[in-house]
Design a protein around this ligand. Sequence first.
Ligand code: ASP
Ligand code: MG
Length: 418
Amino acid sequence: MRVYKFGGASVKDAAGVRNVAKIISSYSGKLVVVISAMGKTTNALEELAHFYFIEDKEGVRTKIDLVRKSHGTLIETLFQGHSLVIDLEISMMLDNLALRLSAPPSLDYDFEYDQIVSLGEILSTKIVSAYLNLIGIKNAWLDIRQVIRTDSTWREANVKWAISSELLKKQVDFNQQRIYLTQGFIGSTLSAQTTTLGREGSDYTAAILANMLDAESVTVWKDVPGIMNADPNRFEQTQKLETLSYREAAEMTYYGAKVIHPKTMKPLVEKNIPLYVKSFLAPELEGSVICKIDHVMNYVPVFISKENLVLVTISPLDFSFIAEDSISDFYRLLSTTRIKVDLVQQSAMNFSVALERPENGFDDFITQLKERFVVRYNEGLELLTIRYYTDEVIASMTKDRVVYVSQRTRTAARFLMR
Ligand code: ASP
Ligand code: MG
């Protein structure tokens, strides 16, 4: 069996869904289809969660209306009159949400976030599943919250593998049904409260299911021809990478490449399952494949950029050196604030990290740091990582830029720049 994953861009409108149907129908084997929320729904729901939490009733209403409208339009164009049941089902879900949000929020933002934002995947999969059944592609809609059980780390939940695997095997029976269609990105706690696995987490869901079902492959269908060596929106001459090792792909995602969610690789490596990245716009083309490769590969230079980073530098309040205990205090604070570090640099009296500014809590974080350290920070920086660099490539990329930190290993050069 195979696992196919379709991201939000592939189901953003009726034409998109019809195209997804075509891709699914061209495969005649056993299939699990994982689908994200349609288009930019997750972003809209994130904003909704924010409005709910600050008790902005008008904001809440506007966002629910927006989601209602985008899904209503999709259903209307897709089903053309055969949509009574699905229409009702989707309306009821949004009515329930509105009702829920008419009560005041709890004090736990991350919890509320998961309860709201997870709805995007439920809506999109309900619609796509119903549409496929209508046009004769028989499939079963699987509620992944009844399968993927997690801890209660809201917004970045950790999967409980043993129980999830057991639940999955109970609910998926390919003798009964050839195609199962389910949600990416979401799960639930043992007490059935919805959780999410981190933004863009649907790839990870696909990998989890592939691992548990011993799939022959995973295909991630995207709006790009495969994994590129740089962002085509920014670089003129980009190249597709045909084959990548798991390690290379994992490194790229670590440095910030957006092709695949960083957690995706591990479940696949474990079972040696290849991951194909293909274009849903041109499904006949080869795409890229990530798989087990033991020999050394020759890669072209690969460019990965992360923007809007903050460089935070701490130094001791007195004239002493940066020692292990101060670093460990610093890291503890980073971890409790859930801040991710992208780069580290240390000297005698300075310890610097480049980090992603969190939505909430950054000012608090700085205030707390100031109790123990002298703190300086620079915002709005870009971290450019060049894997398989050459001197010419570096010269051209850093020309006329103010470089704050530069680091080189044998395979990667990194520049934190303004
Ligand atoms: N819909 C979720 C997001 O946009 C998950 C995903 O797309 O993978 O983050
Ligand atoms: Mg998405």
